[in-house]
Design a binder for this molecule. Structure first.
Ligand SMILES: O=C(O)C(=O)C[C@]1(C(=O)O)C=C[C@@H](O)C=C1
Length: 113
């Protein structure tokens, strides 16, 4: 089944909701697809930040860059607002990821593989 076929459009757009169980199953398929995409995107992001960790360690740069984070937070808060997502959540989500990245950077700088 192609993702562009009409029957793959979430039934949530149908106010009649003739079959709640079928609609729930369909929505859960889309949620699972989105969750998979998030994991794949995070894996790619961490591949890049791993490289950043090695670059910073080799140049003697600190693991964290608060100025860069400030710019990222402002940008993501703006994007979130435009997308009707809670900006506070977007900021928390970024901070959660960046904290993990900094932890990785510190391990790299400390000589851990
Ligand atoms: O851009 C950097 O300098 C990074 O180390 C990457 C990153 C990020 O994950 O986006 C992580 C830590 C820094 O404090 C800022 C940003």
């Amino acid at each position: 089944m192609s993702a562009v076929e009409p029957e793959s459009v979430p039934a949530a757009v149908d106010p009649a909701a003739p079959d709640p169980v079928a609609e729930l199953t369909s929505i859960r398929q889309s949620i699972d697809n989105i969750d998979a995409a998030v994991i794949h995107m995070l894996a790619e992001r961490f591949k890049y930040t791993q490289r950043v960790g090695y670059l910073k360690a080799s140049a003697g740069m600190p693991a964290a860059d608060p100025n860069r984070e400030q710019v990222q937070v402002a940008r993501l808060r703006q994007l979130a607002a435009e997308s009707h997502l809670d900006p506070a959540f977007a900021e928390k989500f970024l901070n959660f990821i960046v904290a993990e990245v900094i932890h990785h950077h510190e391990r790299i700088a400390g000589g851990a593989k």
